[in-house]
Design a protein around this ligand. Structure first.
Ligand code: NAP
Ligand code: ZN
Length: 383
């Protein structure tokens, strides 16, 4: 290994012959290398296997063999053109868990064989006010998101976790404690930190009343995390079929948001509402549920607030706030993983094969996932 800048990587050399045959160039210190990925060639195109290039493993980098990757609604937004960007091919995926198979010689956080996670970002300047405050997700020079972002290291754009391997600077890899269910842990890298962060920022206290709007990937993790904070949790859903899951997930009750009587009963009731609804929706009926000084944190990435019908009058009279929040920094991502490991919290998942991604997207859009799809690369790797 002398001169390659890399520590010995016994697990890498133990890869199957077929996996090694896919490598036109060895990733061990020589140069960029190709990996198999699943991507789309245009807006709403079906997923298909493609080859993408990963950079050579640098001194501070880890090479991760991806075992599992969750499907977030942000992936769906990006592929369906909801946010209007247009770089193709596009490989989403930012809920990645895998095994470290090589490390650069300056890496201190990981050893070969460790389990690591990668969430929504892979780089930031490290020097601006926000990065220095552990808020790399809002780097003033531009966070490099895990996919579909300008790649400041290799050029081009970043490719996400619907792929067999990823190379990432160790700072942006998260330690996954031993004993966690790896597939069900993957969604915590985005859905977990995105819903944990507002609970920390707004200092959720035991006994406070929290409402979670939208019971999907983020929503069901939010319920579990709020219950772990010993809050009194209510779910607001548009899907009658999900009502029965409320107590199992840790909520006091689930309410159909179309049920006028239930909505009236809960007026001026909540300290904190977290909305995970992905598209513009009428927010005012939920603002009416906030107590004096209550806050609705909108984490759904709707492009604009048209159609929310927010009333300035209601905000003023109740001294209420509408806020937003975006994922969390690397330290906070590690914190939520450790928090969940200590409390045995994971996502409820449906494991799928890579060939089923297109079909899974349809089910996400139809609100028909219980409650997160996770792509199983571990089985395809073994096969
Ligand atoms: P998801 O799994 O599809 O869940 C969203 C849930 O919202 C659905 O299950 C459904 O719940 C409800 N819903 C969906 N469409 C709706 C509509 N038109 N009107 C009312 N309710 C609707 O999505 P997710 O992965 O949790 O992501 C949710 C949103 O958060 C997306 O916009 C995503 O891009 C965003 N996101 C933001 C961040 C961040 O950092 N801020 C991070 C990750 C994701 P019911 O069936 O219970 O009604
Ligand atoms: Zn996400």
């Amino acid at each position: 290994m002398a001169g390659t800048g890399l520590a010995a990587a016994p697990l890498f050399s133990a890869l199957s012959a077929s996996a090694q045959a896919q490598q036109p160039v060895s990733p061990i210190g020589i140069g960029p290398f190709n990996v198999r990925a699943y991507g789309v060639s245009g807006v709403k195109a079906p997923f298909a296997p493609i080859q993408i290039q990963r950079r050579a493993v640098g001194p501070k980098d880890v090479l991760i063999d991806i075992l599992y990757c969750g499907i977030c609604h942000s992936d769906v937004h990006t592929v369906r053109g909801d946010w209007g960007s247009s770089t193709f091919p596009r490989v989403p995926g930012h809920e990645i868990v895998g095994r470290v198979v090589a490390v650069g010689n300056a890496v201190t956080k990981f050893r070969v064989g460790d389990i690591a996670g990668v969430g929504c970002m892979v780089d930031s300047c490290g020097e601006c006010e926000n990065c220095l405050a552990d808020r790399e997700q809002v780097c003033l020079k531009g966070t490099t998101f895990t996919y579909d972002a300008p790649d400041k290291v290799s050029g081009g754009v970043t490719y996400g976790g619907y792929s067999e391997r990823v190379v990432v600077t160790e700072h942006f890899a998260i330690r996954i404690p031993p004993g966690m269910d790896l597939a069900a842990t993957a969604p915590l890298l985005c859905a977990g930190v995105t819903t944990f962060s507002p609970m920390q920022h707004w200092r959720l206290q035991p006994g406070q009343r929290v409402g979670v709007i939208g019971l999907g990937g983020l929503g069901h993790v939010a319920v579990k995390l709020a219950a772990a904070h010993r809050a009194d949790v209510t779910i607001f859903t548009t899907s009658p079929g999900k009502l029965a899951d409320a107590q199992r997930l840790g909520a006091r009750e689930a309410v159909l948001s179309t049920d006028q009587a239930a909505m009236a009963r809960l007026a001026s009731h909540f300290d904190l509402l977290i909305s995970t609804v992905p598209y513009s929706f009428k927010m005012q009926p939920f603002m009416d549920l906030l107590k004096l000084d209550g806050t609705l944190v909108n984490v759904g990435l709707l492009l604009n607030l048209d159609g929310t019908e927010l009333s300035g009058m209601s905000l003023g009279f109740g001294r209420k706030s509408v806020a937003g929040s975006m994922i969390g920094g690397i330290a906070e991502t590690q914190e939520v993983i450790d928090y969940c490991a200590a409390r045995n919290i994971t996502a409820d998942i449906e494991l799928i094969r890579p060939e089923q991604i297109t079909q899974a997207y349809e089910r996400v859009v139809n609100k028909d996932v219980r409650y997160r799809f996770v792509i199983d690369f571990a089985s395809s790797r073994q096969a």
